[in-house]
Design a protein around this ligand. Structure first.
Ligand code: N01
Length: 512
């Protein structure tokens, strides 16, 4: 007996949970299939030491329910992973979602049947269910990328990936640890691992820009100020393309239109304020290489100031465009390299040649370690979708349709796949914005669309080829207008060998 639903949703992170809540309010039946044994998505999986959000907690939260945002109490400016996971669980309970969420269920395949206008979804365990609509709430950064280093499986110590961290935590006290990667996950975890480890080796292929988080406890007054005017606070933040607000003024000037001293003053204020709004200091930082260089040089000077050994400082100093890869936000990252127990290993020209039973080899040097932390990121935006064998009209596979890179209309749907929606899919603002704002926009659009179809007697919807082509051209044209395509980022798929090089997020943002 096959279970039948109006809507099948894959993933019980913030996107899947809100989608469920919304379709229920339309009177539709739904089932959420979730691979983990609980809700929370990215915050369920990424439990590495120091994991916290780089968008402020009063902003990185749902706004669809005023009661929820009034009742929930965030304790820190940037919430920790455990607090965000607690919030996700609170939402699941508060809106009584759990009854329609089936955990420990990984989806293996989904097939569209044109005659009945139904999707059949098959799990890895071999169970099936059917839905009129299939909504992929699988997250942009959920498919872990572990490079295929020679000898990878021969390691006899403990291997970890930041995005698959053990629930019971890991104690590195007295251990020799190797961290591979210096992206956001590494930059958050390295200072904490370094406090515990007897010896820490950080294997860096590309240096990252990072700005201080300036994290702190929220005061009762500032929480009350936001809550008194939450709608206005949200509306103000949505004026930014990223929908990420800041106390700093909305920029109006080019970095090149002001004096050197004025520029330094502005950068210094943003550095002190902390966080991602550093990149909003001037209007052209992500458009003009010359303007960008002024911000990049400001951060490089900070690194040289913080890191005592000039050779190490030089290796930690990025030479590329700032913001081209996602800007990292840290607490004490660069200063960690002043510890005598921390060594930065440059693997840019001599890569990690192999993983051995006892550690890692780089050139002719072997590093014996007890644990390896793969902070090597994700097969972003498409990985989780293409891990599932999705078959649309006439049996065509999504893997085949996206062979040369993902193609969507608005990041929400794709030609040949009727009644199939992606929440914050490729071609949407998603990862370049406050994710929860983008998720809410997509969920509400999809729910409105389902209601429209039902109320007007339609049984299916699909993007037209012309609309999709025009949208893909538009996404590429806007990206080409910026500095984003100028480096090897995961936005471009450049971190996964063999992945088509296509700029995936929509740069123009989700602000209103
Ligand atoms: O992954 P990454 P991440 N040999 O892809 C290196 C979000 N996030 O998990 O730059 C050696 O950024 C790779 O080197 P290179 C956020 O959006 C958010 O850190 O490719 N090194 C890089 O240094 C973020 O952008 C928060 O040369 C190899 C690192 O591994 C996204 O998740 C916190 C290698 C991977 O960095 C991903 O971040 C954490 C190899 N073969 C994450 N392969 C928040 O605060 C890869 N690397 C919300």
């Amino acid at each position: 007996m096959v279970n039948e639903f109006d809507v099948v949703i894959v993933g019980a992170g913030f996107a899947g949970m809100y989608m469920l809540h919304r379709v229920r309010s339309l009177g539709l039946t739904a089932r959420v299939l979730e691979a983990g044994d609980g809700v929370g998505g990215t915050w369920y999986w990424n439990r590495y030491p120091g994991a916290r959000c780089d968008v402020e907690s009063m902003q990185y939260s749902y706004q669809f329910s005023d009661e929820l945002q009034q009742d929930w109490e965030w304790t820190e400016r940037y919430a920790t992973q455990p607090e965000i996971l607690e919030y996700a669980n609170h939402v699941a309970d508060r809106f009584d979602l759990r009854g329609d969420i089936q955990c420990d269920t990984r989806v293996a395949a989904a097939t569209w049947d044109d005659a009945s206008a139904r999707w059949t979804i098959r799990t890895e365990a071999g169970d099936e269910c059917r839905g009129r609509f299939l909504v992929m709430a699988t997250g942009c950064l959920s498919s872990a990328n572990i490079p295929d280093f020679p000898g990878r499986d021969s390691f006899e110590g403990a291997p970890y990936h930041t995005g698959r961290w053990p629930h019971e935590g890991v104690d590195f006290t007295g251990k020799r640890v190797g961290v591979i990667g210096t992206g956001s996950s590494a930059i958050q975890s390295i200072p904490i691992i370094a406090e515990q480890a007897a010896q820490l080796y950080v294997f860096q292929r590309t240096a990252s820009y990072s700005v201080p988080a300036a994290n702190r406890k929220l005061t009762a007054d500032e929480v009350r100020d936001v809550k008194d005017e939450y709608a206005a606070f949200r509306a103000f933040n949505s004026l930014m393309p990223t929908a990420i607000g800041s106390k700093q003024p909305i920029p109006e000037a080019s970095a090149l239109a002001v004096s050197h001293d004025e520029r330094e003053r502005v950068y210094e204020a943003r550095w002190d304020e902390g966080g991602l709004p550093f990149l909003g200091a001037f209007i052209d930082l992500l458009f003009s290489p010359e303007a960008n260089e002024t911000a990049a040089e400001f951060v490089r000077a900070k690194i040289r100031e913080i890191v005592k050994d000039p050779k190490v400082a030089d290796r930690l100093t990025p030479k590329t465009v700032i913001g081209c890869k996602r800007l990292c936000v840290d607490t004490g990252y660069f200063a960690t390299f002043n510890k005598p127990t921390v060594e930065l290993v440059d693997v840019s020209s001599t890569p990690i040649s192999e993983i051995t039973p006892h550690g890692l080899r780089v050139g002719d040097r072997e590093f014996d370690v007890d644990a390896i932390v793969f902070a090597t990121g994700f097969d972003a935006m498409t990985g989780a979708l293409l891990n599932i064998d999705i078959r649309g009209r006439d049996g065509q596979s999504l893997r085949h349709a996206w062979e040369a890179g993902p193609r969507t209309y608005l990041g929400l749907g794709t030609v040949g796949f009727p009644n199939f929606f992606t929440i914050s899919g490729p071609g949407s603002p998603s990862v370049l914005t406050n994710m929860i704002v983008s998720i809410e926009q997509h969920v509400e659009w999809i729910a409105d669309c389902m209601a429209y179809l039902r109320d007007n007697g339609f049984d299916r919807i699909e993007a037209t080829p012309d609309a999709q082509d025009a949208w893909v051209d538009h996404v590429n044209a806007i990206a080409d207008f910026t500095l984003f395509p100028s480096c090897n980022s995961w936005y471009l798929g450049a971190n996964v060998p063999g992945k088509p090089r296509v700029f995936m997020p929509y740069v123009a943002g989700c602000g209103r």
